[in-house]
Ligand binder design. Structure first.
Ligand code: PGA
Length: 260
């Protein structure tokens, strides 16, 4: 049990949802969250496709949920403006109401070939602006089988956090690639072990920083395993893909978390 700690429940919609589904999602959130069923010190955020950012922010405000649900984006470009076709800048995301951005998600790393240097540029740019970066790290199945889990993660942390003096606002998510979208979650012990190693590394790297940098776990988190995973000592919350698109499941997890 860790009643003394703030818990983070972050939903990553990826390239899913449409206007009708979005309205339905927040109608259910309004009905259940405003009836007081969710308690506890929980930071909830939904990471939406850019094209729906404005709509989602307006809906959350209109439904009276703005103090309960933050909105984030799934990626940003490190430059403020320029000839970067198809990209979106941090000032644009902030102007439309985003307060968080996922960075270095394994789908960005593997499908879109983003490397640690580029992801690090984004983390540094976010930390300078009013947007909190959620840096994703994690090993592939092959790397895990080769017993390279920690060396891969340490390299990702070193490169993506290079040059950062003040990590205020930073969140790190451990997302083993083999657990994402597969239904195959890491065991709570394995997830705890890696999250603890990340925490120790962060504490050593930012010795002067007095706060606790949140470390989340992501990879097939759902209502049936959320209690066990999120009650682990060094797991401060979940980054949830598939199960975050169903408002009922997502709020079930909020209620479970609030009652831990
Ligand atoms: P999943 O995705 O919950 O569907 O496994 C997690 C993620 O990609 O962040």
């Amino acid at each position: 049990m860790k009643n003394d700690k703030r818990t983070y429940l972050f939903g990553n919609w990826k390239m899913n949802m449409d206007k009708t589904k979005i309205d339905h999602f927040f109608t259910i959130c309004r009905d259940r969250m405003l009836s007081g069923s969710v308690s506890g010190d929980i930071v909830m955020a939904i990471f939406v496709p850019f094209v729906y950012l404005d709509r989602v922010v307006q809906t959350v405000r209109a439904f009276g949920l703005a103090d309960k649900i933050s909105i984030g984006v799934q990626n940003v470009h490190p430059e403020d403006r320029g000839a970067f076709t198809g990209e979106t800048s941090i000032p644009m995301a902030v102007e439309c109401g985003a307060t968080f951005s996922i960075l270095g998600h394994s789908e960005r790393r593997h499908i879109f070939k983003e490397d640690n240097t580029f992801i690090g540029d984004k983390v540094r740019a976010c930390l300078k602006k009013a947007i909190k970066p959620v840096l994703c790290v994690g090993e592939t199945l092959e790397e895990r089988e080769d017993k390279k889990t920690w060396s891969v993660i340490e390299n990702q942390l070193e490169k993506c956090l290079d040059g950062i003096d003040n990590p205020r606002g930073l969140i790190v998510a451990y997302e083993p690639v083999w657990a994402i979208g597969t239904g195959l979650s890491a065991s709570s012990e394995d997830a705890q072990n890696v999250c603890k190693m990340i925490r120790v590394w962060l504490n050593d790297r930012f010795t002067d920083y007095p706060g606790r940098i949140p470390v989340l776990y992501g990879g097939s988190v759902k209502p049936s395993n959320s209690r066990e995973l999120l009650s682990m000592q060094d797991i401060d919350g979940g980054l949830i893909g598939g199960a975050s698109m169903d408002a009922g499941s997502f709020i079930d997890m909020l209620e479970i978390t609030g009652n831990m």
